[in-house]
Design a protein around this ligand. Sequence first.
Ligand code: 5AD
Length: 335
Amino acid sequence: MNPFDSSTLRHLLSDGLAPAESEALHAEARRVARSRFGTGVYVRALVEVTNVCRNDCLYCGIRRSNGGVGRYTLTPEEIVASCRRAYDAGLRTFVLQGGENPAFAERQVARVVEQLHRAMPEAAITLSLGEQSRDTYRRWRDAGATRYLLRHETACPRHYATLHPADMSFDHRMECLRTLRDLGYQVGTGMMVGTPGQTVDTLIRDLEFMADFRPEMIGIGPFLPHSATPLARCAPGELELTLRLVSILRLMHPSANIPSTTALATLHPEGRLRGVMAGANVVMPNVSPVGVRSRYNLYDSKAHTGAEAVEGLAQLAAQLDTIGYYINYDKGDYV
Ligand code: 5AD
């Protein structure tokens, strides 16, 4: 469903949009989200399983060439314990996210997924471990993972090439997304807002790509610079533009699971709530062991405490309550 023609999109994404128009957009997106999800917001437990990454994406703080990162990979026991803690707190979706770490991908992921699936069969397992071979994706699917997050980052191949090293390709990213879909995963994609080189035109291409691909999940958040990357001096993405995109995506994808992201919460103290008010229906509290959280800095000042973390669920619930929402602990499959 695409309720917008391209001139309307261009207007909604333009700098000078009147506040009243932007508020009307958010109100409509909120109405649509409420008609699907009521005032419940799903929670997904985010486990940052490894910050070892073979890639060198220009925007990312855990890129290979950042020598200042203390690298870690959680043991299977630590991953299971983190998920168990989340499970005991009531969460029913685990998201295992990490860099592209071949040793970990080949040896451990399938076993951990199997173990989690066996121990907590009512929980959904989501993976976010980058680009892998079809065989690997299949092995993980067979082990019990049913959802996969792989943002497309930008639907413009030229823009993609400016944000990624030469050994990564837009075509391969697209191929991975198609493979994941083909293997029966619910697939999440999305982009950062405000990366250098992004324009209204590239954003419209993002929206058109997603209208065509129909992702079950959509992750978007502002680009936030990391001091040890080539993009350190670039400006962060804008709050208002990010929120307008959340609303546009909600209207284009009424049933999609759209998180109010950590990047949004990091950009602005009210970012998480503003995301929900713009039509997001998911939040992803961090359940990684406290000792490794500061080593998973994709960008500077990444929020990982308080309402951003599993210890802060009561705080999150209280914050959501101030805008008339509550935490929905269901696993919330795409329907
Ligand atoms: N700012 C915001 N988001 C980032 N990501 C990676 N680096 C940054 C950054 N500097 C996002 C990417 C990736 C997701 C896991 O985190 O979109 O897909």
